[in-house]
Structure formats: structure tokens, C-alpha cells
Design a protein around this ligand. Structure first.
Ligand code: HEC
Length: 111
């Protein structure tokens, strides 16, 4: 009888340890998988050279983004395909990143 009780508690202990180990692993996985696309960061990396930090620099004849009237879809189009002196970004940024930066430049508008 004593042996059985010892065995049962030993198995219970093992199961508890195994279960805990798995739980900590599971809770870690989603946190490391989620990657946020930061439109402001993309803008600072790819767009400031011509548009400037506040969108109104106008380098290489760049459009003053603070007065831009384009809607989100039109901006995505310009950023993806380029326009005149503006280089297309479809080879540099994926769709998600282009959308994020197109949303970000809305915050540069003066009105
Ligand atoms: C090589 C310089 C250059 C870079 C880099 C650049 N642009 Fe431009 N951008 C321009 C020029 C020049 C125009 C005006 C195009 C024209 O005359 O048709 C323009 C126009 C635009 C327009 C159209 C504005 C409107 O209302 O018509 C948007 C939106 C825009 N750029 C966003 C961006 C974003 C976002 C980035 C970064 C991902 C970027 N640009 C990077 C030069 C640049």
C-alpha cells in the first residue's frame, strides 16, 4: 500500500512539473511573434531625404505633404508606383509597410 501511494504522488509531481513547463512556453510564443509596423519609423528611414521630417522640406522638388489632399488609397498608389521624381517603393517596402507610412503622413498635415 505504501508503495502505491508513493508511486501515485510521484506521478502527480511529474505531471505537475511537465504541465508548468509547457504553460510558460505557450505564453511566450505570441509575444515574440507579434511585430508592429511603425509608419513613423518607415517615414524617417525612407522619406525624410526628400520630404523632410515635417513633410514640408521639398527636396528634389518633393511635394509638400502638409498640404497634400490625397486620400489614403491615392497616397498608397503614389508611394507604391512613384510619380515623376518620386521613386517607387514597391520593391523596398511591402504592402503593409506602405499602408502604415501612408497613414503616418496624414499626421503631418497642417489643417
Ligand atoms: C527621391 C525623393 C523622394 C523620396 C525619397 C520620397 N518622395 Fe514622395 N515625392 C517626391 C516628389 C518629387 C513628389 C512630387 C511628385 C510629382 O511632382 O508628381 C512626391 C510626392 C509624394 C506624394 C504625393 C503628394 C500629393 O498630394 O500629391 C506622397 C503622398 C509622397 N510623396 C509620399 C512619400 C512617402 C510616404 C515617401 C517615403 C516612403 C516618399 N514620398 C519618399 C519625392 C520623394
Amino acid at each position: 500500500m505504501k508503495i502505491i501511494i508513493t508511486l501515485v504522488s510521484f506521478v502527480a509531481l511529474l505531471a505537475a512539473c511537465g504541465g508548468n513547463g509547457q504553460k510558460t512556453n505557450d505564453s511566450k510564443t505570441p509575444a515574440t511573434k507579434v511585430k508592429k509596423v511603425d509608419g513613423a519609423k518607415i517615414y524617417k528611414t525612407y522619406c525624410v531625404t526628400c520630404h523632410g521630417l515635417y513633410g514640408d522640406m521639398g527636396g528634389s522638388g518633393a511635394f509638400d505633404l502638409t498640404t497634400s489632399k490625397l486620400n489614403l488609397k491615392e497616397r498608397i498608389e503614389v508611394i507604391t508606383k512613384g510619380r515623376n521624381l518620386m521613386t517607387p517603393f514597391e520593391g523596398l517596402l511591402n504592402e503593409q509597410k506602405i499602408k502604415a507610412v501612408a497613414k503616418h503622413i496624414e499626421t503631418l498635415r497642417s489643417e
